[in-house]
Write a protein that binds this ligand. Structure first.
Ligand code: 13P
Length: 249
């Protein structure tokens, strides 16, 4: 049985004060049946890390540099994240791919660097509307998955979560139907079987992301291959994130 994994990606939102308030509200909601992670902006990681001490909520970062240190103006390195007690990092988010031009190659380097430093990784994959409408959803997602996991040994697979986030469903209020999302999750799991084996594919957590809300989370999570959610907008308020965190309570 895979344990459900609910993650909140706060994107470019919240001052330190606002982040501490939200993290405190989540902490006060008590423990959840599910694995829970929140990814505040870099500027709030230190303060949120203090709030989360002694809780089961995992601290995540939204991105990470391709190198450990050096001449990379404006970037944040894996060592800096480790220094702030960050446990996991979201890599390959569609906003990184489409707004900031991150390629599969860059994402793959970041993944291997994160694993070397024992950070967990959420690898995001997902097709655009144009790609879906031209029948390319499966091939796009498969390519992102295969390229992203290059060089990742099966021993490191337990540190990897895959998040399927169709780009057209992010922040748009449009959610993939549970059945459509599950169909892509099955493609992902099948590819993991081919790459690593059945046991590994059965164990890997595949989250869905894209307009997940308290009202649709239960139906999405009821699908056989959807093992959690990567939540954007609804993760910014305790009143919407807590019901998602505890959808199966
Ligand atoms: P929304 O939940 O706002 O659609 O964002 C999803 C997302 O991109 C999470 O990483």
């Amino acid at each position: 049985m895979r344990r459900s994994y609910i993650a909140g990606n706060w994107k470019m939102n919240k001052t330190v004060k606002e982040a501490v308030t939200l993290a405190t509200e989540l902490k006060e909601a008590g423990s959840s049946k599910n694995k829970i992670m929140i990814a505040p902006p870099f500027t709030a990681l230190s303060a949120v890390s203090e709030v989360l001490k002694g809780t089961e909520i995992i601290l995540g970062a939204q991105n990470m540099a391709i190198a450990e240190s050096g001449a990379h103006t404006g970037e944040i390195s894996v060592l800096m994240l480790k220094d702030l007690n960050v446990d996991t990092v979201i890599l390959g988010h569609s906003e990184r791919r489409h707004i900031y031009g991150e390629t599969d190659e860059v994402i793959n380097k970041k993944i291997n660097l994160a694993l070397t430093h024992k950070l967990e990784v959420i690898l995001c994959v997902g097709e655009t509307l144009e790609e879906r409408e031209s029948g390319k959803a499966e091939s796009v997602v498969t390519k992102q998955l295969v390229e992203g996991l290059k060089g990742v040994k099966s021993g490191n697979l337990p540190s990897i979560t895959i998040a399927y986030e169709p780009v057209w469903a992010i922040g748009t209020g449009k959610t993939a139907t549970p059945a459509d999302a599950n169909a892509i999750h099955k493609v992902i799991r099948k590819k993991i079987t081919e790459l690593y084996g059945e046991k590994e594919a059965e164990a890997i957590i595949i989250q869905y992301g894209g307009s997940v809300k308290p009202g649709n989370v239960t139906d999405l999570m009821a699908e056989s291959d959807i093992d959690g959610a990567l939540v954007g907008g609804a993760a910014l308020k305790a009143e919407t994130f807590i019901p998602i965190m505890n959808y199966n309570k």
